[in-house]
Design a protein around this ligand. Structure first.
Ligand code: GLN
Length: 302
Protein backbone atom coordinates (compact mmCIF):
# COMPACT_ATOMS: atom_id res chain seq x y z
CA UNK A 1 0.00 0.00 0.00
CA UNK A 2 2.72 2.35 0.98
CA UNK A 3 4.62 1.37 -2.14
CA UNK A 4 1.59 2.18 -4.29
CA UNK A 5 1.21 5.57 -2.63
CA UNK A 6 4.85 6.36 -3.11
CA UNK A 7 4.65 5.37 -6.78
CA UNK A 8 1.59 7.57 -7.30
CA UNK A 9 3.27 10.46 -5.60
CA UNK A 10 6.36 10.04 -7.70
CA UNK A 11 4.24 9.95 -10.83
CA UNK A 12 2.32 13.04 -9.75
CA UNK A 13 5.55 14.83 -9.02
CA UNK A 14 7.02 13.81 -12.34
CA UNK A 15 3.95 15.08 -14.15
CA UNK A 16 4.03 18.39 -12.29
CA UNK A 17 7.65 18.79 -13.25
CA UNK A 18 6.91 17.94 -16.84
CA UNK A 19 4.15 20.51 -16.96
CA UNK A 20 6.36 23.07 -15.29
CA UNK A 21 9.06 22.40 -17.83
CA UNK A 22 6.66 22.73 -20.71
CA UNK A 23 5.37 25.99 -19.23
CA UNK A 24 8.91 27.15 -18.79
CA UNK A 25 9.61 26.46 -22.41
CA UNK A 26 6.58 28.40 -23.47
CA UNK A 27 7.62 31.27 -21.30
CA UNK A 28 11.06 31.19 -22.77
CA UNK A 29 9.57 31.33 -26.23
CA UNK A 30 7.36 34.18 -25.15
CA UNK A 31 10.34 36.05 -23.81
CA UNK A 32 12.07 35.64 -27.12
CA UNK A 33 9.31 37.27 -29.09
CA UNK A 34 9.70 40.89 -28.00
CA UNK A 35 13.39 40.63 -28.62
CA UNK A 36 12.71 39.66 -32.20
CA UNK A 37 10.26 42.53 -32.52
CA UNK A 38 12.75 44.94 -31.04
CA UNK A 39 15.29 43.97 -33.62
CA UNK A 40 12.70 44.50 -36.30
CA UNK A 41 11.78 47.94 -35.01
CA UNK A 42 15.46 48.70 -34.67
CA UNK A 43 15.90 47.99 -38.35
CA UNK A 44 13.01 50.20 -39.31
CA UNK A 45 14.13 53.15 -37.27
CA UNK A 46 11.88 55.66 -39.07
CA UNK A 47 8.71 53.91 -37.99
CA UNK A 48 9.11 54.30 -34.29
CA UNK A 49 5.78 54.52 -32.51
CA UNK A 50 5.12 57.00 -29.70
CA UNK A 51 5.10 54.12 -27.32
CA UNK A 52 8.55 53.05 -28.37
CA UNK A 53 9.82 56.63 -28.08
CA UNK A 54 8.54 56.96 -24.53
CA UNK A 55 10.08 53.60 -23.77
CA UNK A 56 13.38 55.03 -24.92
CA UNK A 57 12.98 58.04 -22.69
CA UNK A 58 12.52 55.74 -19.75
CA UNK A 59 15.58 53.81 -20.77
CA UNK A 60 17.71 56.92 -20.89
CA UNK A 61 16.36 57.98 -17.49
CA UNK A 62 17.39 54.58 -16.15
CA UNK A 63 20.82 55.03 -17.66
CA UNK A 64 21.16 58.42 -15.94
CA UNK A 65 20.18 56.89 -12.61
CA UNK A 66 22.68 54.09 -13.14
CA UNK A 67 25.38 56.66 -13.81
CA UNK A 68 24.46 58.49 -10.58
CA UNK A 69 24.68 55.23 -8.64
CA UNK A 70 28.08 54.56 -10.15
CA UNK A 71 29.25 58.06 -9.17
CA UNK A 72 28.07 57.47 -5.57
CA UNK A 73 29.85 54.14 -5.47
CA UNK A 74 32.99 55.79 -6.84
CA UNK A 75 33.64 57.59 -3.54
CA UNK A 76 35.96 55.27 -1.67
CA UNK A 77 35.24 54.68 1.99
CA UNK A 78 38.95 55.05 2.68
CA UNK A 79 38.75 58.65 1.42
CA UNK A 80 35.36 59.50 2.92
CA UNK A 81 36.83 60.63 6.27
CA UNK A 82 39.15 63.08 4.51
CA UNK A 83 42.28 61.32 5.76
CA UNK A 84 44.40 58.89 3.79
CA UNK A 85 46.46 56.77 6.19
CA UNK A 86 49.59 55.54 4.43
CA UNK A 87 51.74 52.75 5.79
CA UNK A 88 55.46 52.70 5.10
CA UNK A 89 58.72 51.34 6.47
CA UNK A 90 61.04 54.34 6.70
CA UNK A 91 64.23 52.27 6.38
CA UNK A 92 64.49 52.28 2.61
CA UNK A 93 66.32 55.36 1.35
CA UNK A 94 65.76 57.25 -0.90
CA UNK A 95 62.13 56.07 -1.07
CA UNK A 96 61.51 56.39 2.67
CA UNK A 97 63.67 57.25 5.63
CA UNK A 98 63.35 59.17 8.89
CA UNK A 99 64.53 62.77 8.43
CA UNK A 100 66.47 64.91 10.91
CA UNK A 101 63.22 65.92 12.62
CA UNK A 102 62.24 62.30 13.16
CA UNK A 103 59.59 62.43 10.42
CA UNK A 104 59.22 59.91 7.57
CA UNK A 105 60.43 61.53 4.35
CA UNK A 106 61.60 60.35 0.93
CA UNK A 107 60.33 59.87 -2.62
CA UNK A 108 57.29 57.77 -1.66
CA UNK A 109 56.30 60.24 1.05
CA UNK A 110 56.46 63.08 -1.47
CA UNK A 111 54.43 60.98 -3.87
CA UNK A 112 51.63 60.16 -1.41
CA UNK A 113 51.46 63.79 -0.25
CA UNK A 114 51.00 64.83 -3.88
CA UNK A 115 48.32 62.13 -4.30
CA UNK A 116 46.56 63.45 -1.17
CA UNK A 117 46.59 66.96 -2.61
CA UNK A 118 45.08 65.78 -5.89
CA UNK A 119 42.36 63.88 -4.03
CA UNK A 120 41.71 66.66 -1.52
CA UNK A 121 42.51 64.54 1.54
CA UNK A 122 45.00 64.86 4.35
CA UNK A 123 47.80 62.28 4.40
CA UNK A 124 49.07 60.72 7.61
CA UNK A 125 51.96 58.27 7.63
CA UNK A 126 52.25 55.18 9.81
CA UNK A 127 55.81 53.92 10.06
CA UNK A 128 55.83 50.14 10.63
CA UNK A 129 57.75 46.95 9.84
CA UNK A 130 57.84 46.22 6.12
CA UNK A 131 56.63 42.69 6.76
CA UNK A 132 53.44 43.98 8.49
CA UNK A 133 52.36 46.32 5.71
CA UNK A 134 50.38 43.97 3.46
CA UNK A 135 48.32 42.52 6.32
CA UNK A 136 47.63 46.03 7.71
CA UNK A 137 46.08 47.35 4.50
CA UNK A 138 42.37 47.90 4.92
CA UNK A 139 42.55 47.93 8.71
CA UNK A 140 45.42 49.88 10.35
CA UNK A 141 46.29 51.69 7.12
CA UNK A 142 44.41 52.61 3.96
CA UNK A 143 47.28 52.06 1.55
CA UNK A 144 51.00 51.27 1.60
CA UNK A 145 53.75 53.19 -0.18
CA UNK A 146 57.03 51.52 0.59
CA UNK A 147 59.00 50.82 -2.57
CA UNK A 148 56.80 47.77 -2.66
CA UNK A 149 57.30 45.40 -5.56
CA UNK A 150 54.25 44.00 -7.30
CA UNK A 151 54.35 40.22 -6.81
CA UNK A 152 51.76 37.54 -7.66
CA UNK A 153 51.79 36.44 -3.99
CA UNK A 154 51.00 39.92 -2.63
CA UNK A 155 48.42 40.42 -5.37
CA UNK A 156 46.36 37.64 -3.76
CA UNK A 157 45.83 39.89 -0.72
CA UNK A 158 45.99 43.44 -2.07
CA UNK A 159 45.48 45.34 -5.30
CA UNK A 160 48.29 47.41 -6.79
CA UNK A 161 48.11 50.84 -8.40
CA UNK A 162 49.76 51.43 -11.76
CA UNK A 163 53.46 50.98 -11.20
CA UNK A 164 55.57 54.11 -10.73
CA UNK A 165 59.16 52.88 -10.65
CA UNK A 166 61.27 50.09 -12.08
CA UNK A 167 63.79 48.46 -9.79
CA UNK A 168 66.00 45.39 -9.56
CA UNK A 169 67.74 43.63 -6.68
CA UNK A 170 71.41 44.53 -6.16
CA UNK A 171 74.10 42.55 -4.38
CA UNK A 172 76.12 44.43 -1.75
CA UNK A 173 79.52 42.90 -1.04
CA UNK A 174 82.55 43.59 1.12
CA UNK A 175 84.98 45.57 -1.06
CA UNK A 176 87.34 42.57 -1.29
CA UNK A 177 84.68 39.90 -2.01
CA UNK A 178 85.07 37.55 -4.94
CA UNK A 179 81.34 37.05 -5.48
CA UNK A 180 80.62 38.10 -9.06
CA UNK A 181 77.92 35.87 -10.55
CA UNK A 182 74.82 33.85 -9.62
CA UNK A 183 76.67 30.58 -9.01
CA UNK A 184 78.90 32.34 -6.45
CA UNK A 185 75.84 32.93 -4.29
CA UNK A 186 75.10 29.20 -3.85
CA UNK A 187 75.20 28.25 -0.17
CA UNK A 188 76.46 31.65 0.98
CA UNK A 189 75.12 33.42 4.06
CA UNK A 190 73.00 36.20 2.61
CA UNK A 191 71.64 39.15 4.58
CA UNK A 192 68.24 40.58 3.62
CA UNK A 193 65.35 42.60 4.94
CA UNK A 194 62.62 40.29 6.20
CA UNK A 195 59.74 39.65 3.82
CA UNK A 196 61.19 41.58 0.89
CA UNK A 197 61.84 40.48 -2.66
CA UNK A 198 65.53 40.47 -1.67
CA UNK A 199 64.61 37.82 0.91
CA UNK A 200 62.75 35.76 -1.73
CA UNK A 201 65.67 36.11 -4.16
CA UNK A 202 68.23 34.99 -1.56
CA UNK A 203 66.13 31.90 -0.79
CA UNK A 204 66.69 30.69 -4.34
CA UNK A 205 70.45 30.38 -3.71
CA UNK A 206 70.89 29.31 -0.11
CA UNK A 207 69.29 28.05 3.07
CA UNK A 208 71.45 30.47 5.05
CA UNK A 209 69.38 33.61 4.82
CA UNK A 210 69.86 36.08 7.69
CA UNK A 211 66.76 38.23 7.99
CA UNK A 212 66.78 41.73 9.50
CA UNK A 213 64.08 44.31 10.07
CA UNK A 214 66.32 46.97 8.54
CA UNK A 215 68.51 46.38 5.49
CA UNK A 216 71.17 48.65 6.98
CA UNK A 217 71.58 46.22 9.88
CA UNK A 218 72.33 43.49 7.34
CA UNK A 219 74.99 45.72 5.76
CA UNK A 220 76.56 46.38 9.17
CA UNK A 221 76.63 42.66 9.89
CA UNK A 222 78.28 42.07 6.53
CA UNK A 223 80.98 44.62 7.37
CA UNK A 224 81.46 42.76 10.66
CA UNK A 225 81.88 39.49 8.74
CA UNK A 226 78.63 37.82 9.83
CA UNK A 227 77.12 37.55 6.35
CA UNK A 228 78.81 37.16 2.96
CA UNK A 229 76.64 39.63 1.07
CA UNK A 230 73.35 41.51 1.20
CA UNK A 231 70.57 41.47 -1.40
CA UNK A 232 68.52 44.64 -1.48
CA UNK A 233 66.84 46.90 -4.06
CA UNK A 234 69.07 49.03 -6.33
CA UNK A 235 68.48 52.53 -4.92
CA UNK A 236 68.95 51.67 -1.23
CA UNK A 237 71.99 49.57 -2.25
CA UNK A 238 73.51 52.64 -3.91
CA UNK A 239 72.75 54.77 -0.85
CA UNK A 240 74.49 52.19 1.37
CA UNK A 241 77.43 51.99 -1.02
CA UNK A 242 77.88 55.76 -0.53
CA UNK A 243 77.35 55.60 3.19
CA UNK A 244 79.94 52.85 3.66
CA UNK A 245 82.28 54.08 0.95
CA UNK A 246 85.41 52.02 0.51
CA UNK A 247 84.05 49.19 2.68
CA UNK A 248 81.35 47.86 0.39
CA UNK A 249 80.49 47.62 -3.31
CA UNK A 250 77.04 47.28 -4.84
CA UNK A 251 76.66 45.12 -7.95
CA UNK A 252 73.77 45.27 -10.40
CA UNK A 253 71.55 42.21 -10.01
CA UNK A 254 71.28 41.93 -13.80
CA UNK A 255 74.80 40.49 -13.54
CA UNK A 256 73.27 37.73 -11.40
CA UNK A 257 70.29 37.21 -13.67
CA UNK A 258 67.77 38.99 -11.41
CA UNK A 259 64.61 40.16 -13.16
CA UNK A 260 63.37 43.78 -13.10
CA UNK A 261 60.67 44.63 -10.54
CA UNK A 262 57.94 47.27 -10.46
CA UNK A 263 57.03 49.43 -7.48
CA UNK A 264 53.37 50.28 -6.92
CA UNK A 265 51.07 51.48 -4.17
CA UNK A 266 49.21 48.68 -2.39
CA UNK A 267 45.47 49.17 -1.97
CA UNK A 268 42.77 47.13 -0.21
CA UNK A 269 41.69 44.25 -2.43
CA UNK A 270 38.54 45.12 -4.37
CA UNK A 271 38.44 48.85 -3.53
CA UNK A 272 38.18 49.85 -7.18
CA UNK A 273 37.06 53.37 -6.29
CA UNK A 274 40.26 53.98 -4.34
CA UNK A 275 42.34 52.24 -7.01
CA UNK A 276 40.90 54.48 -9.71
CA UNK A 277 41.34 57.59 -7.54
CA UNK A 278 45.00 56.76 -6.85
CA UNK A 279 45.71 55.89 -10.49
CA UNK A 280 44.00 59.10 -11.63
CA UNK A 281 46.11 61.15 -9.20
CA UNK A 282 49.28 59.32 -10.30
CA UNK A 283 48.50 60.10 -13.91
CA UNK A 284 48.05 63.81 -13.13
CA UNK A 285 51.25 63.86 -11.07
CA UNK A 286 53.17 62.36 -13.99
CA UNK A 287 51.56 64.72 -16.52
CA UNK A 288 52.09 67.97 -14.58
CA UNK A 289 55.78 67.49 -13.79
CA UNK A 290 55.37 66.74 -10.06
CA UNK A 291 56.69 63.22 -10.55
CA UNK A 292 59.86 64.40 -12.32
CA UNK A 293 60.42 66.95 -9.54
CA UNK A 294 60.23 64.18 -6.95
CA UNK A 295 62.71 62.08 -8.94
CA UNK A 296 65.10 65.06 -9.04
CA UNK A 297 64.71 65.88 -5.36
CA UNK A 298 64.93 62.42 -3.89
CA UNK A 299 66.47 59.99 -6.36
CA UNK A 300 68.87 61.89 -8.58
CA UNK A 301 70.14 63.93 -5.63
CA UNK A 302 71.42 60.74 -3.97
N1 GLN B 1 60.96 46.20 -3.18
C1 GLN B 1 61.16 45.30 -2.10
C2 GLN B 1 59.90 44.55 -1.81
O1 GLN B 1 58.86 44.96 -2.19
C3 GLN B 1 61.69 45.95 -0.83
C4 GLN B 1 60.81 47.01 -0.28
C5 GLN B 1 61.30 47.57 1.04
O2 GLN B 1 62.16 47.01 1.70
N2 GLN B 1 60.72 48.66 1.46
O3 GLN B 1 59.91 43.53 -1.19
Amino acid sequence: MKKFLAATLTLALAMTMLTACAGGDKQAQGADEPAVQETASGEENQEKTDAAASGEQEASQDAAEDAEDAADAAVSEALADGVLTVGTNAEFPPFEYVDDNGEPDGFDMGLVKAIGEKLGVEVTVENMEFDSLVSSIGNKIDIAAAGMTVTPERSKTVDFSDSYYEAVQFVILPADSEIAQASDLEGKTIGVQLGTTGDFTAEEFTENVSRYNKAVDAVNDMINGRVDCVIVDRNPAMVFENRFEGQVVALDGAQFGFEPEEYAIAIPKGDTALLEAVNGALEEIKADGTFDELVKTYIEAE
